[in-house]
Design a binder for this molecule. Structure first.
Ligand code: ATP
Ligand code: MG
Length: 570
């Protein structure tokens, strides 16, 4: 299903690069530098789809020696909040980009208003008293032309008077709008006298109560681009039908000719990238906030342990095109694993502990064994890990009666405890309910470090944690938020919420960690050997009296045993 092979990030140039390269070659904008912008509406947190737009806007400008503004498209005060403005800035920086100027569409309200007056004066805009419903009815359809509003031919004087009074607050919300006078019969519905301004008595997070008329996106966007001398205004394909209108305003006003270019939206399997939906999940407590590690938001991915490097690599590899496609979520996971494999420090953690007692190992404090911090990176050094007579191993690593092809520990079977010794299991101790409470084994003292002098081979190497030294932790395991590759694939009468994965979060409260993990920092990344990639969760309270460590699983390792088990139908 993926549009791109994850092994081959695109090296050749894409159509956006080609357009800009050509404009530079022909000096379309004279000696002016390439200027782009990233224009989020502050009505939600950024998601990984926005990461694609950010990489394109900032990436292309950087490639051609230009600059990028971060511009808040803050024209809809009812849905916009300072919290979103702040989180967006934080996330753009985290992704690795710095803007040239921080701009707000609201800074241009006075200029946009002046330009509206200008359009009225040249007979290109009029005040309409139709209601929103009536305007919709007059608009026509794809097959039928629209009908002129009875107010379409008001005099310039009357329009100026009414628009000034709209601004002065004389009329209630929704009673009048300012419309561009273009063509009610245009085959493009966006050109059928689009609304430029609406009346809205709402307090704006930046301009307060200064305005009670607000510009529509289409009227504000192109003019904002033009004011910032944006040369290439990249946006997603759904705006292609708006491009004639974007150009119309700029041409009528005779202002700097920014050009809009559309590219495909990033869509990912098992993932919802609609802000409207993401807001709903947050408000209805389907997730634990915008930064819930199951959310496709940048703040959620960050908390989950994803890295900006991997997200950028993924975005580059998923490519840009002129048609919408869908990218496999496994591709994102692939690049994240690849990144973490190189950078994550190894550690041992037992998620589902089972006591292992080495009967012939001396009682007492035990010993320290030396362990490499990252076999992929010799410069990461080594650390000393305590080993003793009583250990924890994973419950899954022992079977009293082993199934075929099970090579881990079982009575009579010898395995390697990573970096420590060979051990052979003998007996089990069960609790009253018949569950295995302890496994007893013996070790071969000559196999210290994990190899036997006689060259004897074992088929399995297992991780472990010394029971006396183990630190307790909570582990949060995440799975996909949705059950279906296309979360919008639901039966009639159902909803996207019916596709939510009820098991997307599993909390383990009894994990045992090697002691070095007590010093973990939020920005650290770990590979818990044989288990997966993990990072500390900000809910942890390592320095408090009620100390609690919580680790999030970024991704599991690819588990070959799970595959075998599945294949065999076990
Ligand atoms: P939504 O439709 O989810 O509300 P939006 O497009 O309205 O998102 P904006 O804040 O307007 O959100 O987006 C800022 C920029 O990010 C726009 O240029 C938009 O085209 C781009 N963008 C949004 N979603 C995606 C996506 N999935 N893939 C690529 N670019 C995107
Ligand atoms: Mg938008």
């Amino acid at each position: 299903m993926s549009t791109t092979n994850p092994e081959t990030p695109t090296a050749s140039s894409n159509f956006l690069q080609e357009i800009i390269a050509e404009d530079v070659r022909t000096k379309k904008y004279g000696d002016a530098q390439i200027q782009t912008r990233f224009p989020p509406e502050p009505n939600g947190y950024l998601h990984i789809g926005h990461a694609k737009a950010i990489c394109i806007d900032f990436g292309l400008a950087a490639e051609f020696g230009g600059k990028t503004n971060l511009r808040f498209d803050d024209t809809n005060p009812e849905k916009e909040e300072q919290e979103y403005v702040d989180s967006i800035q934080k996330d753009v920086r985290w992704l690795g980009f710095n803007w040239d100027r921080l701009c707000y569409a609201s800074d241009y309200f006075p200029q946009l208003y002046q330009w509206a007056i200008e359009l009225i004066k040249t007979g290109k805009a009029y005040v309409d008293d139709l209601t929103a419903d009536q305007i919709r009815q007059h608009r026509g359809t794809l097959t039928e032309p629209g009908k002129d509003s009875p107010y379409r031919n008001r005099s310039i004087e009357e329009n100026l008077d009414l628009f000034t009074r709209m601004k002065a607050g004389e009329f209630p919300d929704g009673t009048r709008v300012l419309r561009a006078k273009i063509d009610m019969a245009s085959p493009n519905l966006n050109m059928r006298d689009p609304v430029m301004y609406r009346i809205l008595h709402a307090t704006h997070q930046r301009t307060g109560d200064q305005w009670c008329i607000y510009p529509m996106y289409d009227y504000a966007h192109g003019q904002s681009d033009s004011l910032e001398h944006v040369t290439h205004s990249m946006c997603t394909l759904e705006f292609a039908d708006h491009q004639p209108l974007y150009r119309w305003y700029i041409e009528q006003l005779g202002i700097f000719p920014s050009q809009q270019i559309e590219f495909d939206r990033l869509n990912i399997t098992y993932t919802v990238l609609s802000k409207r939906r993401l807001i709903q999940f947050v408000q209805e407590n389907r997730v634990n906030g915008w930064d819930d590690p199951r959310m496709p938001t940048l703040s959620g991915l960050r908390r989950r342990g994803f890295t900006p490097e991997a997200i950028r690599t993924f975005v580059a590899a998923s490519g840009v095109s002129r048609t919408n496609g869908i990218t496999d979520i496994e591709m994102l996971d692939h690049f994240q694993r690849d990144d973490l494999n190189h950078r994550a420090r190894r550690a041992m953690a037992v998620l589902h502990p089972l006591k292992l007692v080495i009967d012939n190992y001396p009682e007492g404090p035990g010993e320290l064994v030396e362990v490499a911090n990252n076999p992929e990176d010799p410069t990461a050094g080594t650390r000393q890990v305590p080993f003793s007579r009583e250990l924890y191993i994973e419950q899954d690593d022992f079977r009293e009666v082993p199934p075929p092809k099970y090579y881990r520990l079982s009575p009579g079977k010898e395995v390697r405890l990573r970096n420590a010794y060979f051990v052979t299991a003998h007996t089990v101790v069960k609790d009253a309910a018949g569950n295995i409470a302890e496994v007893h084994c013996t070790y071969d003292p000559a196999s210290r470090g994990g190899n036997s002098p006689d060259g004897r081979k074992v088929k399995s190497t297992m991780h472990w944690v010394s029971a006396a030294h183990a630190i307790p932790a909570e582990i949060r395991l995440y799975d996909k938020l949705f059950l279906k590759p296309d979360p919008n694939d639901f039966a009639e009468g159902q909803d996207i919420l019916d596709n939510l994965n009820p098991n997307s979060l599993e909390i383990l409260t009894d994990a045992k960690l090697e002691p070095s993990l007590a010093a973990a920092k939020l920005e650290d990344r770990f590979q818990f050997e044989r288990v997966g990639y993990f990072c500390l969760d900000p809910d942890s309270t390592p320095d408090s009296a009620t100390e609690k460590l919580i680790f999030n699983r970024t991704l599991p390792l690819k588990d070959s045993w799970a595959k075998i088990e599945k294949k065999a139908g076990m």
